[in-house]
Design a protein around this ligand. Sequence first.
Ligand code: CDP
Length: 202
Amino acid sequence: MSFTVAIDGPAASGKGTIAKALAAHYGFAHLDTGLLYRAVGRRMLNGERPAEAALALTAEDLEGEDLRGPDVAQAASKVAALPGVRAALVDFQRAFARRAGGAVLDGRDIGTVICPEAQVKLYVTASDDVRAGRRLAELLARGLDVTREGVLEDIRARDARDSARATAPLRPAEDAVLLDTTTLSIAEALADAIAAVDAARA
Ligand code: CDP
């Protein structure tokens, strides 16, 4: 039987960390759907047409440290506004969500478009400052050459673009549990997320 946890939220809100930890806790599979858009964005930066690139993705496209950086992130949020790109990625994400044994997917439109029937929907947020600080630490630890100002600019620009687009804009599903992690530790945020999943499984 499938069981799907859909996690959405703005850039660097902590949804990936929560998604990964939830998946480990329950033995579910995890898909970071942002990587799909980042991979298409990287192909666009290399000269490919986004919709064609989205149809041609392979597992190798999801590798490489540069995939995590702000340049690729900006490209990702540009290609993510194209209906043809989004359409090309729907089937793969839905099949992943329905796999036996449970799945956690994190992104922007998982609870609203990809898996509106998900058993659990979380919408994870945090203040701009806290998100920028967390992402800065993450990117510096990965060895990327970034500044706090640059990171803040990246997440604000992407949030604005992701929220304003006509196709699958960033917004909480009506039945999503809101999780503001601004003042929460990872352990506290995870405990809240586990409580939401346990409530749905009871
Ligand atoms: O990790 P972070 O929250 O910074 O970004 P991400 O989840 O890797 O997503 C990168 C970009 O892909 C976002 O800014 C969105 O434009 C796009 N995206 C999307 O449109 N839909 C998704 N389900 C996931 C990502």
